[in-house]
Write a protein that binds this ligand. Structure first.
Ligand code: DP6
Length: 329
């Protein structure tokens, strides 16, 4: 179908995202058991190039290392290639500007960038229409449900995924100026993959409470973001994080994503509650995200200087809400 001598390729980059209300566990249809809401992390991105492979199987390179194509990726590629009526195999070259598989949602940015790069390959899209975005979200969903919230344009800073629908959440200016500092305390590939976590979630005694919590509070979270109620947003986000991590600990006999380092950071932040406006959360990993407005910069500076005597970490910072891009720079 494609002339191999011609140097066709598709390229896209996509942001990661941090969930403020977390999707954890799938229903019988393989869809999220509960609604989720995230903030776009425009500076923490995957950059993906797609071309036709000379091999009989797909090829995947992440940060210049070849990876085996797992079943999930293979199914994802089959569906999207069938849609474009393409029988060829793909060569996928992806680079991340943050560590992968450590709980900074690399599968969100990874699948979002891959889907967009494949669309770019077939359609050579220059201007993104809402229709393009919707189709990409449909396909990205076959790869990773959190990636659906990363297929966004620049105006979609806070994104809700509920009942298979993506919507933009308008927020008060204190949140639209939010920074995310990720204290990356563990760069090892996590022992409990999020796929294992999702498949065990429904067996947890905390599951019903967690799902009910998300269903009952997603609307309240949206309203609190909109009217700028920091304390309400803080308690909703932190409690949701605790519920997810409690379910993991119960599912895996006490094993957890959170490490001693995460707990030290969280307990020091809790000591400052009421004095400083910083929200903490952790995805499926040990790393702690600090979400705050720039008026807290001085506190954050001194907090990081203090905490580094107890916990070693690499810092990844995010300020931008940049969405999907087909620009190579
Ligand atoms: C804790 O989207 O990685 O980050 O759909 O199986 O790929 P799959 O799972 P994935 O799970 C993300 C879980 C989370 C919470 C969230 O981002 O909502």
């Amino acid at each position: 179908m494609y002339n191999k001598n011609m140097n066709y390729f598709g390229f896209a980059s996509a942001p990661s995202n941090i969930a403020l209300m977390k999707y954890w566990g799938k229903n019988h249809y393989g869809m999220p058991m509960n609604p989720s809401l995230s903030m776009t992390l425009g500076d923490l991105r995957s950059f993906t190039k797609v071309s036709i492979s000379d091999r009989k199987t797909h090829e995947l390179y992440i940060n210049n290392t070849e990876f085996k194509i797992d079943q999930k990726l293979d199914n994802f590629l089959s569906k999207i290639l069938n849609y474009f009526k393409c029988n060829n195999k793909l060569k996928i070259e992806s680079v991340n500007n943050f560590p992968i598989s450590v709980g900074i949602a690399s599968s969100a940015s990874g699948y979002a960038a891959l889907t967009a790069a494949i669309f770019n390959f077939f359609a050579k899209i220059c201007t993104l229409t809402e229709e393009n975005l919707k189709m990409m979200q449909v396909f990205a969903c076959n790869g990773s449900k959190s990636s659906v919230r990363s297929i966004v344009n620049d105006s979609q800073k806070f994104v809700k995924f509920e009942n298979n629908k993506i919507t933009t959440v308008p927020v008060h200016e204190i949140f639209s100026g939010f920074w995310d500092f990720v204290l990356c305390i563990d760069k090892k590939v996590k022992e409990i993959s999020s796929s294992d976590g999702h498949s065990m979630a429904c067996k947890s005694i905390f599951n019903a409470i967690r799902v009910e919590y998300a269903n009952n509070n997603i609307q309240l979270l949206c309203e609190s973001l909109k009217c700028g109620d920091f304390e309400k947003v803080q308690s909703l986000v932190e409690n949701d994080t605790l519920l997810m991590h409690a379910a993991v600990a119960e599912n895996f006999g006490g094993a957890m994503y959170l490490t001693q380092g995460s707990k030290v950071i969280i307990s020091e932040l809790i000591k400052n509650r009421g004095k400083h406006r910083v929200i903490w959360t952790c995805d499926a990993g040990a790393n702690v995200h600090l979400l705050f407005h720039e008026e807290e910069f001085n506190f954050i500076d001194s907090f990081l200087a203090y905490i580094k005597d107890f916990v070693a970490f690499d810092l990844f910072t995010n300020k931008s809400f940049k969405g999907i891009s087909f620009d190579r720079t």
